[in-house]
Ligand binder design. Structure first.
Ligand code: BG6
Length: 294
């Protein structure tokens, strides 16, 4: 990887900067809002709407190393979510978050500031993958897969967003009431139905399946709610590692579970994607924040 020591100004709203661990990122600006997109993993690490607190969380213990994933922000899980389906030697959550992506397009218009990256062509056969980050009054992330081969392409995926919250026991997630979920912590990955809003008092690791519903993270101590909508996504993963798992993860602070919640827009578990040759699939996540609870 080439190292840059100075910023590269792409436009008055897009700058390429050198971040932690010499990893390069684009800073996007729009009407006082700001977002950071790392080339490593096409990883959105930071989003701050105008005049508000940061919306995405990342760990103070995160690695910033081209061989490791970043802990926090929005890791891209592709072309598999979780463990590889049949090779335990392969990295968790796929190869996309461990690869340096290439810039393909920039735009700064009255409506939005946008940067698009692609996974280098040699990284994965028979597929092309692009991530587009659009900053406007909200944040939109679109992960587009094209099957460039001549047989069906099967994959799972997630935009594994980590959100900043004040205090996990005070937080609820609404929008998934009556939806079915797989409890990933149960030895038999048992199936359940959600009753009421989701609240947190222990380790939580669930795949809500066959649901395209929007979700809202309600955070009374921070006086804000984070609205998450999605397109072409039938799974929502909800994860908080709680106390013991936080201690086991080397890139996660022991008490950081209190200040984060993952609500991930995904196609995983039974919602595997099968893409015919020449076809395109675009997973989209939209994040909109409201300070409406004072
Ligand atoms: C979540 C999974 O999406 O990601 C959890 O549901 C997993 O099982 C978590 O622990 C973090 O994964 P990783 O590979 O980034 O440590």
């Amino acid at each position: 990887m080439t190292t840059i020591s100075e910023e590269v100004i792409i436009s008055d709203r897009i700058t390429l900067k050198n971040g932690s661990g010499d990893l390069r990122y684009f800073e996007l600006r729009f009407n006082g809002a700001e977002a950071h997109l790392y080339l490593h993993g096409a990883h959105v690490l930071h989003y701050q709407p105008a005049g508000q607190a940061p919306v995405l969380w990342h760990s103070q213990a995160s690695a910033f190393d081209s061989k490791k994933p970043i802990r926090g922000g929005i890791p891209v899980c592709w072309p598999w979510f979780g463990a590889h389906p049949n090779d335990p030697e392969q990295p968790a959550h796929g190869i996309a978050r461990l690869t340096e992506w290439e810039p393909v397009n920039y735009s700064a218009t009255e409506a939005a500031t946008t940067v698009t990256l692609r996974l280098p062509a040699h990284c994965y056969p028979n597929a092309s993958l692009q991530l587009s980050l659009e900053l406007s009054e909200q944040l939109s992330v679109t992960l587009t897969t094209v099957n460039t081969g001549d047989t069906d392409l099967r994959f799972t995926e997630a935009l594994h967003s980590y959100f900043a919250i004040q205090d996990i026991p005070a937080v609820t997630v609404t929008g998934l009431e009556e939806q079915h979920y797989i409890n990933q912590l149960a030895p038999d990955a048992s199936l359940h139905t959600q009753t009421g809003p989701i609240s947190f008092a222990e380790e939580t690791d669930r795949i809500y399946t066959d649901t395209a519903h929007d979700c809202t993270i309600i955070d009374p101590p921070l006086h804000r709610s984070i609205h998450i909508s999605k397109k072409n996504s039938l799974s929502t993963v909800v994860w908080n590692p709680w106390i013991d798992k936080s201690k086991r993860m080397p890139d996660f602070g022991d008490s950081e579970y209190l200040e984060m919640i993952c609500v991930e827009s995904a196609n995983c578990g039974p919602n595997l994607i099968t893409l015919a040759p020449g076809k395109t699939h675009a997973l989209q996540l939209n994040i909109h924040v409201k300070n409406n609870m004072k």
